[in-house]
Design a protein. Structure first.
Length: 419
């Protein structure tokens, strides 16, 4: 445990999404806030009211050692009628902007009532969304944020019409973000900006951030690391692969299915945990590929059932095409499972060559070929699976724990406050 600063530095954190029982953005907000608190910072988190029940339940029941106490939370939301409009019409961006406007007044009141040494924006964790914390007269750190990742153009044609329309909309949203004056203000007022991938770091620099560096957002608590470490290893045979995540076109599960069919591994199965709009198309693809009897769609599972499934497989396949993070890859590595991914975005940063296979994403056919090669290699060599699994576990425990992430973010805060 790192010693706390001589005077506990007070940090105001913006985490619109912050929930200990959800993945992705909400888990990022929760993990970063706790990682700073764990190493001795006095953390005050501004978040949405709908996160309150989960946060208070976790603090009461999670049994995580907190030598300096948990973060403090301030809850803020817009009127119910605005929330109803957001849910009905899917107006997340508009709701987030209105929430930030309301938050601006609250953070000014908070800063008058007690002195903060610095501010930190965590979620929404995209470089195309602004933060009201940038308006405060205290050092501001932006991130870690993602959003700069772009799908290789060669893969667009493999997505189907809905996927292509989605990617066009995503490109338009990114362009709008680049032109947004509030995003520019957020970038220019940041003392330090942290990007979760190299692509996002490049975008942060283009937006006007004076100092931008790489910091993946994934981190696991000691409790989660212990839980994953204690999962048993499966028998050497039959060989099983696993995909976990929402069934969306950009998650690349269609590439995993094609690679699995091409690999032709005897006595093997591919399990898929998750649900989403791409489910029907993926199931039809298994029929066309002739692997329907070797593929199991398990749907959405509880946390305990997901861990039980992870304990029964030999490797994770996660060929995401533009993921800014990858909690599932980090958890698989913590459980000693090699990860097969594309060398893109968050997975390409988190997974090392010692802990898995990072396949070049040049063209779809070449990626499928190399994914299949990695599958065959792991199926044929149980010792390699064990060696890679142990390397991945060590990488997560030493570099992606709450304490390790907290120390790196603390370094960014030090640069900001000293600068």
């Amino acid at each position: 445990m790192n010693p706390a600063p001589a005077r506990r530095l007070r940090v105001l954190v913006s985490a619109y999404a912050c929930n200990p029982y959800e993945g992705s953005e909400p888990q990022t907000g929760w993990a970063v806030a706790n990682s700073l608190s764990l190493i001795g910072y006095e953390v005050v988190v501004l978040t949405r009211t709908n996160n309150r029940e989960a946060i208070e339940s976790s603090i009461t029941n999670d049994h995580i050692p907190r030598p300096y106490g948990p973060p403090s939370f301030v809850y803020l939301d817009l009127p119910q009628w605005v929330l109803n409009i957001k849910k009905r019409y899917g107006l997340l961006r508009l709701y987030y902007y209105l929430w930030q406007i309301k938050a601006a007044g609250l953070v000014r009141d908070l800063s008058r009532g007690s002195e903060f040494d610095a501010s930190l924006h965590i979620t929404l964790g995209s470089c195309w969304f602004p933060s009201s914390l940038a308006l405060l007269p205290i050092p501001f750190v932006w991130g870690p944020v993602g959003g700069g990742e772009t799908m290789p153009f060669a893969f667009i044609g493999s997505l189907g019409l809905k996927g292509i329309i989605y990617e066009i909309g995503r490109a338009a949203a990114k362009l709008r973000g680049r032109l947004d004056p509030l995003v520019r203000i957020t970038a220019r007022r940041s003392r330090v900006a942290l990007g979760t991938t190299n692509e996002t770091v490049a975008q942060l620099k283009k937006l006007g951030c004076s100092q931008a560096g790489l910091l993946p957002r994934m981190s696991l608590s000691d409790q989660a690391i212990t839980e994953l470490r204690e999962l048993p290893d499966p028998p050497d045979n039959p060989f099983r692969l696993l995909c976990i995540g929402r069934l969306l076109h950009w998650k690349g599960f269609h590439l995993a299915l094609k690679a699995f069919a091409s690999a032709g591994i005897p006595d093997s199965t591919l399990w898929i945990v998750g649900d989403g709009p791409a489910a029907t198309g993926l199931k039809l693809l298994t029929k066309r590929l002739g692997i329907e009897d070797k593929t199991r769609f398990l749907g959405s599972l509880s946390r305990s059932d997901t861990l039980a499934t992870l304990a029964s497989v030999h490797a994770l396949v996660h060929p995401s095409l533009h993921d800014s993070g990858s909690w599932v890859a980090a958890e698989a590595m913590a459980a000693r499972r090699p990860v097969i991914c594309l060398n893109l975005g968050g997975p390409g940063v988190i997974v090392s060559d010692e802990a898995g296979f990072r396949v070049d994403a040049g063209r779809p056919g070449e990626a499928v070929r190399d994914l299949a090669k990695a599958m065959r290699e792991l199926a044929a060599d149980p010792q390699k699976r064990r060696t890679m699994g142990l390397a991945g576990q060590m990488r997560i425990e030493t570099q992606f724990s709450w304490e390790a992430r907290g120390s790196l973010i603390a370094a960014a805060l030090d640069i900001a406050t000293l600068g």
